[in-house]
Design a binder for this molecule. Structure first.
Ligand code: CMP
Length: 143
């Protein structure tokens, strides 16, 4: 059982796609274990995207993610990190496979609707940064 971190970015919220996107994750069988809507502070944005510091798009990325509310969540399930990444699709919408969220709803790399952790270490650090220990522990019958 694995957990991963997801942000529905300002474009997803503004375009009224929150329900549609969460529904895609739920329909794959992923279980929500944390969720909140928030206006991201500059400090949180810089910490979250620290790995991109110095890249040409970094400052516009920070401006964008702090510009309007986002919905952050943690989901849980078998191979959750890979399942979420392939439900979301490639970072560049033009390279995202048809049927993925970014292909179905996106066009611009800077407005690609969703952020999803790219590996176990980033998932753990992003969950800790955004939620601390504030996660639901679901009862599991047989595992
Ligand atoms: P995300 O998965 O949130 O991680 C970093 C983000 O930077 C990425 O999605 C894109 O939305 C954004 N970004 C903007 N411009 C670029 C770019 N030229 N290359 C990669 N990522 C970019």
């Amino acid at each position: 059982m694995e957990r991963t971190f997801i942000i529905l970015k300002p474009d997803a919220v503004q375009r009224g796609l929150v329900g549609e996107i969460i529904s895609r994750f739920e329909r794959r069988g992923l279980k929500l274990v944390a969720m909140k809507m928030l206006q991201v502070s500059e400090e949180l944005a810089r910490q979250h995207y620290a790995v991109h510091e110095g890249r040409p798009f970094f400052e516009s990325l920070i401006r964008y993610i702090t510009s309007a509310p986002v919905v952050a969540m943690v989901v849980e399930g078998t191979d959750a990190i890979a399942v979420v990444r392939n439900t979301v699709g490639a970072t560049r919408p033009a390279e995202a496979a048809p049927g993925t969220i970014r292909a179905d709803f996106g066009l611009e790399i800077g407005r690609n609707l969703v952020h999803a952790s790219d590996g176990p270490e980033t998932a753990a650090s992003e969950i800790a940064l955004w939620f601390g220990d504030d996660l639901i522990e679901w009862q599991r019958a047989n595992d």
